[in-house]
Design a protein. Structure first.
Length: 150
C-alpha cells in the first residue's frame, strides 16, 4: 500500500561545521604557501556549502498520521572532501513522530523541533545545518501545511 506523502523541508548534513572547515583551510594555506605558490580554496576542496555535504534529512508527512524523517548520505565508507558524490537512502524512518488533525500549531512546532533534535543526536559526529528552519519554524503555519494533507 502506497501512503500519501508530502515533503515539508530538507536539512543538509555536513562532515564538519563551517568554522572548522575554514580553520583547516587556513591551516592548509599557512603550511603550503611559498613565495611562488599560494593555494586557493579550489585546491583545498572548494566552498564548504557544496563540498562538505555528506547527507540530507528529508522531513515529510506519511499517511496523514506521522511526520517522518528520511536520511540519505553519500555511499562512501570514509567521509572526506570530494567533488564526486552519490547519495543513497540510509533510512526512511530515521525519526518518526505521530500527528493528528486535532493538534494545534504549537504542537506541530514542538514535534518538528523534537525530530530535529533526535536527528542531531543520532548524527552526533556530524553537523546538521538548521539555520533556515531555526529562522522560520516559529513563523510557519504548520497546521495549515500539515492538515491539508491529512
Amino acid at each position: 500500500m502506497l501512503l500519501n506523502t508530502k515533503l515539508l523541508f530538507e536539512l543538509p548534513v555536513y562532515r564538519l561545521d563551517k568554522n572548522t572547515y575554514y580553520e583547516k583551510y587556513n591551516e592548509y594555506v599557512d603550511n603550503n604557501s611559498t613565495p611562488d605558490y599560494n593555494p586557493s580554496i579550489h585546491t583545498f576542496g572548494g566552498k564548504w556549502e557544496y563540498n562538505e555535504i555528506i547527507g540530507y534529512l528529508k522531513f515529510y508527512i506519511s499517511g496523514g498520521t506521522q511526520i517522518r524523517v528520511e536520511y540519505s548520505e553519500t555511499d562512501a565508507k570514509r567521509k572526506r572532501k570530494t567533488r564526486k558524490k552519490i547519495f543513497v537512502l540510509n533510512s526512511d524512518s530515521f525519526c518518526v513522530r505521530q500527528i493528528s488533525k486535532k493538534m494545534d500549531n504549537i504542537d506541530f512546532v514542538k514535534i518538528i523541533k523534537e525530530c530535529i533534535e533526535h536527528c542531531k543526536n543520532r548524527l552526533s559526529n556530524r553537523y546538521v545545518d538548521t539555520t533556515f528552519i531555526d529562522n522560520t519554524v516559529n513563523y510557519t503555519d504548520w497546521k495549515s501545511v500539515i492538515v491539508e494533507t491529512i
